[in-house]
Design a protein around this ligand. Structure first.
Ligand code: CA
Length: 680
């Protein structure tokens, strides 16, 4: 089936199911104080909504187990509480089931199947302010959002705080990064009891009990402040997660006028840890694509003049060792063309990096002939990737972005990496505040106008808006590989990439920049704390539609391991997570889109060596396959001997079990391709 056929079929399916979606049952509440209920389509998740007399409350059960005990809803708006004197006025039940197609991603089509309960609350007495809370129950979790009905009668107003509570029925081990002391979400995920944690960023991953895992986050963050959660243990053993929105300098959380729709508050609920990764709940809670023709949006692999700068061999600024020179970038383009990379990034191509230089994105450094480089790249089937580092000066980007994107587009540049290193946006506001969120969105929408894809560094945490704006390809918001170049405390620990898939990566694509092949040090003791095979595994495990092979090309030349990266796609038709434990190990199996339906498997472990058996039941039955396995070689060990890697081939079928042996902080990367009938 061609992509267009597939799209057409999806469209038909959507139309057919739209009729079902329209069937809604809306009722004015009859008996006061009566509780409203709804369940997920499979019945496993049960929601109850009502008031505790005066305050709106909701609770959630999973297979009969209380997960969220009665928790309050509301706001402080213009200094007064909305939510302490309310009654249910009406409610509306609806169902929805359709399937939509992704231009790129971990799956080609996504089912959006939920039951919805919308509850209208109104203040008793004269003020009569109102809000609707819309709950959507999926088989894999819930989302809810507020629609605040114009509380200031057309005048501007401020949200001083959102009072949403998520009162988990009991304390539990959880993984998160702290809000305070963490910049750009570049922290190590810390495991601890919820009750012992200070305010945390989301995603927050919770091992609620042996059979219930939770991931709390938000979806469709638009013109609002990013969420943080503050755990507050109670005497009955429950732990209430209080909403702590990221403030403006003024202390106000959100400025608004008229009706205000908040982002969705989301809780993925899964019987297994690996089940969290399969959920598409946040994507489903975002609006469909606003880009009609997505043909110019092209996922792919890229390389760049980047690691060599972090390792201090090259410089960003002009000078003897300047990295982004015409000749050097052409060398990278040649390498990209030879080895199947579609893009070449060069940081430091534009003025602004040297002392006292004025930053601009509208002309290159004098030793970088951008017209010639872009022409040369195109002649080789490669595209130059632009870069806009702002040092937190979002206003500068807003001033120049129209002209810059227009110019880049005329040079056939399709992707731009943006960066915001700096403590505050424009010297005053937090990147995660409504101020920053507005800016990021402006950049994405403006880029779309000029057919530019965005790779955002120092971003807001992804919330699924790539469904609406699929030119938002990938984002940093992670403690990435770069720490293995210059971190004074030694770099990322072995458990880091065994934790990210269960935490940060749940939010969306992650530009971690994997695949370092040369572990030499500039800062003593700082290098990737992994084996070489684990670096390959990270290329498959950590999803990014624009995936960087981050090392300098000298370190790839002549390396057999590169043949895995050359073959590895960055967009998939299916993704499965066969086995794993949070922070200990992870395995993923991804099926390529189109072609012969090759499968790519990644497996990696923390500092513990591990034997893993992966049944290949997902392969087509009756077909014979060849598995090319890149694995830790004899004696491989992340501390004493990281490089030994073995490449072997075996024949497999859907009945086979793949036996993998991972070294300490080791990994394996496997390509499985159908054998031609004629070959035997
Ligand atoms: Ca960074």
């Amino acid at each position: 089936m061609t992509i267009n056929n597939l799209k057409y079929t999806m469209k038909l399916l959507s139309l057919r199911l739209a009729a079902f979606a329209a069937a809604a049952l809306c009722l004015f509440a009859t008996a006061t104080g009566k509780e409203l209920t709804a369940t997920s389509p499979d019945g496993a998740i049960a929601l109850t909504v009502g008031t505790d007399g005066n305050r709106p409350v909701y609770s959630v059960n999973y297979h009969g187990t209380p997960v969220v005990k009665p928790s309050h809803l509301g706001f402080i708006i213009n200094g007064t509480t909305l939510g302490d004197n309310m009654k249910v006025k009406a409610h509306c039940l609806a169902g929805h089931d359709d399937t939509w197609w992704q231009p790129w991603g971990e799956e080609d089509s996504i089912r959006n199947h939920y039951n919805e309960l919308a509850v209208d609350f109104v203040e008793k007495g004269k003020a009569g302010r109102a809000m609707t809370v819309v709950f959507r129950l999926f088989d894999d979790g819930i989302g809810f959002r507020y629609i605040i009905a114009d509380p200031a009668k057309g005048q501007p107003y401020q949200i001083d705080e959102e009072l949403t509570e998520i009162r988990l029925a009991h304390d539990a081990e959880a993984w998160s990064i702290p809000t305070n002391r963490t910049e750009y979400f570049e922290g190590i995920f810390e495991r601890d009891l919820l009750s012992r944690k200070d305010t945390v960023c989301t995603p927050l991953t919770v091992e609620f009990d042996n059979n219930i895992y939770l991931a709390l986050h938000e979806a469709a963050l638009e013109d609002y402040a990013s969420i943080n959660l503050t755990p507050r243990p109670a005497a009955d053993g429950s732990v209430t997660l209080l909403t702590a929105l990221t403030p403006w300098q003024s202390g106000v959380k959100v400025y608004a006028q008229g009706e205000k729709r908040t982002p969705w508050r989301t809780i993925i609920i899964s019987p297994t840890a690996t089940g969290l990764m399969v959920s598409r709940l946040m994507l489903n809670l975002n609006e469909p694509s606003r880009i009609d023709d997505t043909s110019w949006i092209e996922p792919g692999r890229y390389i760049g003049i980047w690691w060599s700068i972090h390792k201090k061999h090259d410089t960003w600024e002009l000078g003897e060792h300047h990295g982004a020179t015409t000749a050097n970038v052409k060398r990278y383009i040649d390498f990209a063309a030879r080895h199947g990379f579609s893009g070449v990034l060069a940081e430091g191509w534009n003025p602004g990096w040297g002392q006292g230089e004025t930053v601009t994105y509208l002309r290159p450094y004098p030793d970088f002939d951008i017209d010639e480089v872009c022409r040369y790249a195109l002649s080789k089937g490669v595209r130059f990737i632009g870069h806009m580092e702002s040092w937190g000066r979002s206003q500068l980007i807003e001033q120049e972005m129209d002209a810059a994107f227009k110019w880049f587009s005329s040079l056939c540049i399709r992707a731009v990496k943006t960066g915001y290193v700096g403590h505050y946006f424009d010297g005053k506001e937090l990147a995660k505040s409504q101020y920053g969120i507005r800016h990021y969105r402006k950049v994405i929408e403006t880029a779309a106008k000029y057919h530019i894809m965005i790779d955002n560094h120092e971003p807001a945490m992804p919330t699924g808006i790539q469904r609406t704006w699929p030119n938002l390809m990938t984002q940093e918001g992670v403690r990435g590989q770069e720490y293995n170049a210059w971190d004074r405390r030694g770099g990322n620990p072995p458990a880091h990439t065994a934790t990210l898939p269960y935490t940060r990566c749940l939010a969306g694509p992650t530009d971690f920049t994997p695949a370092i092949f040369n572990f030499s040090e500039v800062v003593p003791g700082t290098h990737p704390h992994s084996t070489l095979a684990k670096q390959l595994a990270e290329f498959v495990v950590i999803y990014s539609p624009l995936q960087m092979a981050a090392d300098a090309i000298e370190n790839y030349e002549g390396q057999p391991a590169l043949t895995f990266i050359e073959s590895c796609p960055t967009t998939w038709s299916r993704t499965l997570w066969p086995c794993g434990e949070i922070g200990r190990y992870v395995t993923v199996a991804r099926k390529e889109r189109g072609g012969d339906g090759r499968w790519f498997i990644g497996a990696l472990t923390d500092e513990e060596a591990r034997k893993l058996d992966i049944p290949l039941t997902f392969l087509d039955s009756h077909a014979r396959y060849r598995a090319i396995i890149y694995e830790d070689g004899t004696g491989a060990d992340f501390e004493s001997n990281p490089y030994p890697m073995n490449i072997r081939q075996i024949e497999v079928t859907a009945d086979s079990v793949l036996h993998l042996s991972l070294a300490r902080s080791g990994g394996a990367a496997i390509r499985i391709e159908k054998m031609q009938l004629s070959s035997h």
